[in-house]
Write a protein that binds this ligand. Structure first.
Ligand SMILES: Nc1ncnc2c1ncn2[C@@H]1O[C@H](COP(=O)(O)OP(=O)(O)O)[C@@H](O)[C@H]1O
Ligand SMILES: [Mg+2]
Length: 344
């Protein structure tokens, strides 16, 4: 089978660490397909559309979509997915509607609330914020992901700091969201196809004193930073089965509301009164071997290769039916050398 792996090669302001983070997933997944004698091409996505030539006209049996934006701009991801969808190409991950709507946190929160799901009180920071808006609150970009714009100053506990933080964020981001801060434990629920994986928890007990227990940008991306060391994933979460079931049912309902398919992750918090709240739904979450989804898959008994194989199978099955998917996925019998050329 011919597999094309799409990814964002980044922009001028990307650090070597940013690029390495993307390539870790690309190379890890490429290695898996190569080990089964499939042909793999790593294709960077740029605005010139050359990437599309590698995918169309039957040149790829499967597009493994790791593209989270173009030149680091998350919004372009929807258009890449839309192009694949329009061309009828078998691709992994969510469809264009889900990626577009989930990234707009105000739209996603509205959808989730309308479906009767618990979302912490929120508002778009335009003009004045109601005096009765509950504090502490978190101020975050309304249309970013991967904790972009979330740092140690994101949570504010008085009106003056709220105003100052909104002003600072509005300079950087087009749309800013203010949300009631939920103190309590943070959980993630991963979903692959129709399977809900074991719940994971982010343990913040080693977060430095005086730092809000949240997943900041540094916690996610700066390996070895205090915030990284202060946010330790635990999977499966050490929680009663009843709570785990409750979180899974809520995550599944949120996933359905956002019309999620393929693979995703729902982030939740449980407040001190034991009430669960949905923070967000993530279509196509990080798929590197040491990221959350892979950890959850391992807790379900799948190794990394099995997780990737299942995600590929879902895409092939949807596009070509179960039999064709099985045939395509079967390792090539001929022990020929699989090539993994890098395209410019
Ligand atoms: N309402 C909230 N209450 C408490 N913590 C929150 C809230 N919203 C976000 N956070 C914290 O900020 C992190 C990033 O926010 P999130 O909404 O998941 O954005 P992103 O899309 O950038 O991941 C979360 O993992 C959580 O730790
Ligand atoms: Mg998140």
């Amino acid at each position: 089978m011919r597999v094309v792996i799409l990814y964002d090669p980044g922009a001028d302001d990307w650090t070597a660490e940013d690029i390495a983070g993307v390539m870790e997933a690309v190379d890890g997944i490429a290695r898996i397909f190569v080990s089964f004698n499939h042909q793999v091409q790593r294709v960077p996505v740029r605005h010139d559309m050359r990437w599309f030539n590698h995918c169309r006209g039957g040149r790829a049996d499967l597009v493994f979509n790791l593209c989270e934006g173009v030149r680091g701009v998350a919004q372009w991801e929807d258009h890449v997915v839309g192009t694949l969808e329009l061309a009828g190409i078998a691709y992994t991950g969510c469809g264009p509607w889900t990626t577009a709507v989930s990234r707009r946190k105000a739209v996603a929160n509205t959808m989730l609330e309308r479906a009767g799901l618990p979302v912490p009180r929120w508002t778009i920071a335009q003009g004045k914020i109601d005096d009765d808006f509950p504090l502490p609150a978190i101020v975050k970009p309304a249309a970013e992901d991967a904790s972009a714009g979330v740092d140690r100053q994101s949570v504010v506990s008085d009106r003056k700091s709220l105003k100052a933080r909104i002003a600072a964020m509005t300079e950087q981001f087009d749309e800013v969201l203010v949300q009631q801060y939920i103190a309590g434990r943070e959980f993630n629920v991963g979903i692959v196809g129709t399977r809900t994986l074991p719940v994971a928890e982010i343990d913040f007990s080693t977060m430095p004193e005086g730092t809000w227990p949240i997943l900041t940008y540094a916690a996610k991306w700066h390996v070895g930073s205090l915030e990284d060391l202060g946010s330790r994933p635990v999977c499966p979460a050490q929680i009663p089965q009843r709570l785990a079931d409750r979180l899974c049912r809520l995550a599944e309902a949120a996933w359905r509301t956002m019309q999620g398919k393929s693979y995703g992750r729902v982030d939740l918090r449980v407040d001190d009164a034991g009430r669960p709240w949905i923070l967000e739904v993530n279509p196509n979450p990080d798929l590197t071997d040491d990221a959350g989804l892979s950890r959850m898959a391992q807790a379900a008994g799948w190794d990394y290769a099995e997780l990737i194989r299942r995600i590929a199978e879902l895409a092939l099955r949807e596009a070509q039916g179960t039999k064709a998917a099985r045939e395509l996925l079967a390792a090539s019998p001929a022990p020929r050398r699989a090539r993994a050329p890098r395209t410019a």
